[in-house]
Design a protein. Structure first.
Length: 185
């Protein structure tokens, strides 16, 4: 009986995640609200992280996802909308979706910013049918230790990622796939 309940709970959770991910875009923030939130999040990141500020000065563009929501129990999902900023101006809107499976439980909110350091990485984002994390240009996720060692001469990767404003608790390990897709707002 316990195994059957576990399977039913897993199916129910998976159905809830699929419903949330495929929900109508009507609930998404307006262009202006998304741009305001992205600019505010990027300013906070620059104020708290010298490496992010340095990368922002050198980047061709920055893709900012100010609010990603992640939840799961065995099966998980995350989603959020973002803005591509070139020279401080919004030039595109994107959606980030991810799904995962493994030993995990919790709910978390966070933001992240991708710093595109060259034209080929930016071109890949524009020309591909969605940008999959782990496929395409090389991406470095910057943590505090790495961030302290970034200087204008050590910027050698295509894309740098910063995760910020984490709230909530999500723990576990598993397999995850993530995709960033251009959307019209």
């Amino acid at each position: 009986m316990t195994k059957r309940m576990g399977i039913q709970m897993t199916i129910l959770l998976l159905a809830a995640i699929i419903a949330a991910v495929s929900a109508p875009r009507a609930l998404a923030a307006s262009r202006q609200e998304l741009e305001r939130n992205a600019n505010h999040a990027l300013k906070r990141l620059y104020a708290s992280n010298r490496a992010a500020r340095l990368l922002g000065e050198k980047a061709k563009a920055v893709l900012v996802f100010p609010n990603i929501v992640k939840a799961g129990f065995m099966f998980g999902g995350q989603m959020g909308d973002g803005v591509l900023l070139k020279n401080g101006k919004a030039t595109g809107y994107y959606n980030s979706l991810a799904a995962s499976y493994g030993f995990q439980a919790g709910i978390q909110e966070f933001g992240y910013a991708l710093f595109f350091m060259n034209d080929s990485a930016l071109s890949y984002l524009d020309k591909s049918n969605g940008f999959e994390i782990g496929v395409g240009p090389s991406i470095v996720v910057v943590d505090e230790g790495v961030g302290k060692s970034i200087t204008s001469t050590t910027i050698t990767q295509d894309v740098y990622a910063f995760i910020f404003s984490q709230k909530g608790l999500m723990a576990g390990m598993g397999i995850q796939g993530s995709k960033i897709t251009k959307i019209s707002k």
